[in-house]
Design a protein around this ligand. Structure first.
Ligand SMILES: [Zn+2]
Length: 154
């Protein structure tokens, strides 16, 4: 799943859960992109030198950066700084992991080498991604954007 899809997923989850302040929304966006720093060509990974290449080769894609262990560790650090930041992080990071489960296999319990996925009857991941973006577009086109406007004026 590409970075734009993960941002859309994270922002949508945030909107549904009532997160609408700029700083938490920024955290949601970064957290929704963060797991894919295990790929040098990802939206966030292309701005980080060396680390994505190392992560892609050593533990492998969709392992440590897609694990509940890393998510929980970062959540605890953020929670010590600001509980609302930790919630925003959990929404973004969690939405990423959830979406990836539908487009492949994820080592949620890394370092335990078990990968989880929800195969959708052989539907190719790109079709799921296109369908998700189309649903989001339909949601916005049918008035979903009003939710964002109401949040901005609340
Ligand atoms: Zn991912």
């Amino acid at each position: 799943m590409n970075g734009v899809s993960h941002i859309i997923g994270g922002i949508t989850a945030a909107a549904v859960l009532g997160i609408h302040s700029p700083a938490p929304l920024a955290i949601v966006v970064v957290a929704s992109l963060l797991p894919d720093i295990d790929r040098p060509n990802s939206l966030l990974g292309r701005f980080i030198p060396l680390l994505p290449s190392i992560l892609e080769k050593v533990p492998g894609k969709r392992t440590v950066t897609h694990s509940l262990l890393l998510g929980a560790g970062l959540w605890f650090i953020l929670h010590a700084m600001s509980p609302s930041w930790a919630v925003a992080f959990a929404v973004g990071y969690g939405s990423h992991l959830l979406l990836d489960l539908f487009t492949g296999y994820v080592a949620l319990l890394w370092p335990i080498p078990i990968k989880f996925g929800v195969p959708l009857f052989g539907i190719p991941p790109i079709a799921i991604e296109v369908a998700a973006i189309a649903c989001w577009g339909a949601w916005v086109a049918t008035g979903g954007y009003l939710l964002f406007l109401n949040m901005l004026h609340a």
